[in-house]
Design a protein around this ligand. Structure first.
Ligand code: SF4
Ligand code: SF4
Length: 282
């Protein structure tokens, strides 16, 4: 289990614990201020990425001291974890409302509204404090089908939409808004999602890997390499000698997206803790 499961999971996966989505946590004034500031403008994300770029230009010994401090600070405010679609289904089994809203990352990177974020709540959407808070923020980038920029979806609609995003190669992630409160599920890609850019390209982990790692069944794999196009983490390799694909468990984030393109059902997710090379790699 990841560090957050130990700290915030009470013996279970932290993102499967209903308390971490509860309205009670939104009573905390510091959290409310953080959320209002976070959604007010994408500018702080652009500035944050600029800071990471400058951090990467520092001598390596300085980076090795500063980076863990900055990551620890990030873990307290806004941190994520990759979740395969089966875990999203388990989250949807106990939350009571889902709203889709524009992704603030994409507003920063692409400069337009892209509806990739799904706010989840333990209460009905109309009663959700988070939805109310986002509605109240005077954020010009929050446009969309209604003036508040939020779309209420049934859980079935939301799941269908997330499955479509998965077919397009997007990786599901859960996110805190002042940890351990979980505000929602996003759908990430390495070109437009700032957290993925930070994690993969800039060496600044902004999310944990999933509690799983993928494996290929060589008996079923025909070496077509369709799956390799989906992996955003560079975890798959093709063996010319064996004419099969293999997954490096030390690089795999356990998103499960590679399975969508495999017509042979040759890829499966295994518990990260059961793999000698994957366990302990977060
Ligand atoms: S898509 Fe499936 S069958 Fe094709 S290479 Fe990947 S694992 Fe093998
Ligand atoms: S190999 Fe791992 S990281 Fe790559 S797509 Fe598959 S599950 Fe995700």
């Amino acid at each position: 289990m990841c560090e957050f499961c130990h700290k915030h999971g009470e013996g279970q996966r932290w993102y499967l614990r209903a308390e971490n989505y509860s309205e009670d946590l939104l009573g905390d004034l510091r959290r409310r201020r953080f959320i209002q500031s976070f959604f007010s403008s994408p500018q702080h994300l652009i500035e944050g990425e600029g800071k990471l770029g400058r951090l990467n230009q520092l001598p390596s010994f300085v980076r090795s001291v500063v980076t863990p401090i900055a990551v620890n600070r990030q873990k307290k405010s806004h941190y994520g974890q990759v979740v395969p679609i089966e875990e999203v289904e388990r989250i949807f089994a106990f939350v009571n409302s889902v709203v889709r809203l524009p992704c603030i990352c994409r507003q920063a990177t692409v400069g337009s509204e892209q509806r990739y974020c799904y706010g989840v709540s333990m209460v009905a959407q109309e009663e959700s404090q988070l939805a109310r808070m986002v509605r109240e923020i005077d954020a010009s980038y929050l446009t969309g089908p209604d003036t508040a920029g939020l779309e209420a979806l049934s859980k079935q609609e939301a799941l269908a939409s997330l499955r479509d995003l998965e077919k397009n190669g997007l990786c599901h992630t859960v996110w805190t808004l002042v940890t351990p409160f979980i505000g929602g599920i996003c759908n990430c890609d390495r070109s437009d999602c700032m957290a993925m850019r930070a994690t993969i390209a800039m060496g600044f982990p902004a999310m944990f890997r999933a509690e799983y790692a993928a494996e290929v069944n060589p008996e079923l794999c025909n070496g077509c390499r369709q799956c390799m196009r989906a992996c955003q983490f560079g975890a798959m390799g093709y063996s010319i000698a064996h004419e099969k694909v293999a997954i490096d468990p030390r690089r795999c984030y356990g998103c499960g997206i590679c399975r969508a393109g495999c017509t042979k059902n040759a890829i499966f997710l295994a518990e990260r803790s059961s793999g000698p090379l994957a366990q302990g790699v977060w």
